[in-house]
Design a protein around this ligand. Sequence first.
Ligand SMILES: [Zn+2]
Ligand SMILES: [Zn+2]
Length: 244
Amino acid sequence: MELFPLPAFSDNYIWILHDHQRALVVDPGESDGVLAWLAQHRLQLDTILITHHHADHTGGVAALREATGARVIGPAHEPMPEPLQRVSADEHVDALGLRFEVIEVPGHTAGHIAFYAAQAEGSPLLFCGDTLFSGGCGRLFEGTPAQMLDSLTRLAALPASTRVCCTHEYTLSNLKFAQAACQQQRAQNFPTLPSSIGMEKNINPFLRTAEAAVVRSAQAHEPATTPDAVSVFATLRTWKNNFK
Ligand SMILES: [Zn+2]
Ligand SMILES: [Zn+2]
């Protein structure tokens, strides 16, 4: 099984998983690049997974369905390009011989879901859309800080080796203090993804809201912050919103 992040727009990745015959794509915001890549690699599109309703994640769905006849699977509680199979918590999707559990992760949008394959070859696979990014998390367009923190906590409980397939290349933006190694990777046009849950637990402040240093930092920035995780998280999220 091969995993490939196809760049799209200015900073999106359309993740493609394939077994050299059939392919699965996640959040195709556009179709031309996907169709060209599939043709180049002689792949039949089998399944399209969608995490949430934003256009940069769904814009290519209709054209891909039309061109390939692929089935489309997306969240139960989001506006979606019909027709599709809608899934929610505790359901699963079988594709390419893998079983993907559906995890509900509201916060970025109200009905955002993630797809998790525990038995993926090598190490588990997580497609988490705009929820968890390397070094950060998605903006709160429709959900509350408490919801997003709860969603991130659920993702952080996955095995440390889990490959975290985020949908945007936000890593450098999230890590202004990033190491030269990371900048070098981008200069050579290598994706920084997948990240791993283990690394996120170590470096992502949104997953470290219980740590004293993070609490102190949040309180120094916003004195009204209380030491509980939701308050610390909310301060970090607002701080990051305005961080230039
Ligand atoms: Zn989004
Ligand atoms: Zn997005």
